[in-house]
Design a protein around this ligand. Structure first.
Ligand SMILES: [Mn+2]
Length: 477
């Protein structure tokens, strides 16, 4: 069918309306209204969200830093601090390896800047290098990334916002003499990776019981910096210098929290709120340059981060030179920061153009599928012309519009390799890759198949081999 430019309507938006409140809920709301002096509407919303006790509701509304849990409650935190202290003492070589999205970048920048402060105070020869993956190698610690890291011959590797499932690459690095600390918030598989310490709030093995499981990578990095600040203060309370550092660093943790779209409750709500306040007063040249470019004045709002700052940080990982965003967050030079912010802005504009073209094409494919199979329950859409750094965002838009899981494939017909990115709907677990999630048979091109999900994450990516003759897509890991 010829692609028509008219926007055919997909499905009406689905609303789930909560039942009217019980008499007890109405009483609880009235109690909150009086105790907290909030409006009746605010009190009713609090009760509907489960904040029926005055203390809980008050904490939820206060967003104070003292609501953050002690960093030492995180699993393996003490081991991580001890190993990092050893690296500082023995002048070792440390590599920080973060992911190239806004969460991974802010986590990495936060710790990199922390080491800068430690170096100025402790008269140590510790060498710290921050790296992000090359986009063609995909997210996280791939085998290729491990090879790149090996060239730096680090004594210690700290993975940030990644690493929890990188068993093979971490084994390789261990054989090469590199010890590792994994700092990650992603879903934990059957086994933990080989590492000196695995700091992940979702851990429940061996008595791990951190009270808040939804921290993002930058949130955990903030906790690690806090625990290290306590250690290097050689006192129970942190020194003035470290305190100032942490109060500034919460801006990075807040950006990571908002950019990663983790639930804004508990500690995340504190980090997001305090992060916005810290962003306003930060003197970090990169953040100042980004805010100037985005014309953000006064206290930044959540949408300033999610729609302006985060997309520009993410754009380098999608369309440009991946290291530009990390350099922006690390540079001490305001002129360089302005140049890099402008560069990221250009990448972002390019990303928007590419995204709207792919979205238009993907919508047409989805509508065609629906016309042929009105009862189809998921989409597999593909093209050889789609940029694989952008298909994930488009998949989200397709899911939003059609309320069905969507897997978008960017197919390289020469090598018969397809890179895919999928998004699922609420209530259906997100995907691993096609092979691991047992999906299939998936019909291409533009066909549909049953995409089943076993991983809890809402997003997934992977590489697929594309067999043109049978027009089928196999999971390749
Ligand atoms: Mn993350």
């Amino acid at each position: 069918m010829a692609a028509s430019r008219t926007r055919r309507k997909a499905a009406p938006r689905r609303w789930h309306v909560a039942p009217p409140p019980e008499p007890s809920a109405a009483a609880a709301a009235e109690e909150l209204r009086r105790a907290l002096r909030v409006s009746a509407v605010c009190a009713r919303i609090l009760v509907r969200r489960g904040y029926t006790q005055t203390g809980d509701a008050k904490a939820f509304l206060s967003r104070n830093l003292d609501l953050l849990h002690e960093p030492h409650l995180l699993p393996d935190m003490d081991r991580a601090v001890a190993r990092i202290a050893e690296a500082v003492e023995k002048n070792q070589k440390v590599v920080l390896f973060g992911d190239y999205d806004a969460d991974g970048l802010t986590a990495t920048a936060l710790l990199d800047r922390f080491f800068g402060l430690v170096k100025s105070r402790e008269h140590t020869g510790v060498q710290v290098e921050s790296l992000v993956p090359e986009r063609k190698h995909g997210y996280g610690l791939s085998a290729e990334a491990a090879t790149a890291i090996k060239h730096h011959k680090p004594d210690l590797l700290i993975t940030l916002d990644n690493g929890i499932s990188a068993h093979g690459p971490l084994d390789t690095l261990a054989h090469a003499g590199t010890e590792c600390i994994v700092v990650d918030h992603h879903h934990i598989g059957a086994n933990l990776p080989r590492a000196v310490a695995v700091i992940n709030p979702k851990r429940r093995d061996g008595g791990c019981n951190y009270p808040f499981t939804d921290l993002c990578g930058a949130g955990i990095a903030f906790k690690l910096a806090w625990a290290l600040a306590v250690h290097f203060s050689h006192n129970r309370t942190v020194t003035k210098e470290f305190r100032a550092f942490l109060l500034d660093a919460v801006a990075l943790a807040g950006i990571g929290t908002l950019a990663d779209v983790v639930p804004l409750v508990g500690e995340n709500r504190v980090l997001a709120h305090q992060g916005l306040l810290a962003l306003q007063r930060t003197r970090a040249p990169g953040l100042r340059a980004l805010m100037g470019l985005c014309a953000i004045r006064g206290t930044p709002r959540v949408s300033d981060v999610t729609f302006r700052i985060a997309p520009r940080l993410n754009a380098a990982g999608r369309c440009g030179e991946v290291t530009a965003a990390l350099e922006l967050l690390l540079t001490a030079d305001p002129a360089r920061a302005d140049d890099l912010a402008t560069l990221l802005d250009g990448y972002n504009a390019e990303r928007q153009d590419i995204e709207s073209r792919i979205l238009e094409e993907a919508r047409q494919q989805a509508l065609d599928v629906l016309e042929r199979k009105p009862d189809c329950c998921a989409f597999v859409l593909e093209s050889a012309d789609w940029h694989d750094g952008v298909i994930g965002i488009v998949a989200s838009r397709i899911v939003e519009e059609f309320h069905r899981p969507a897997l978008l494939l960017s197919v390289d017909r020469g090598s018969k390799v397809a890179r895919g990115s999928g998004r699922s709907i609420r209530g259906l677990r997100g995907t691993g890759n096609a092979e691991r999630s047992g999906c299939g048979p998936v019909q291409g091109p533009g066909g549909v198949g049953a995409v089943r999900h076993r991983e809890p994450a809402a997003a997934a990516g992977g590489v697929w081999r594309f067999d043109q003759q049978s027009a089928a897509v196999d999971g390749q890991g």
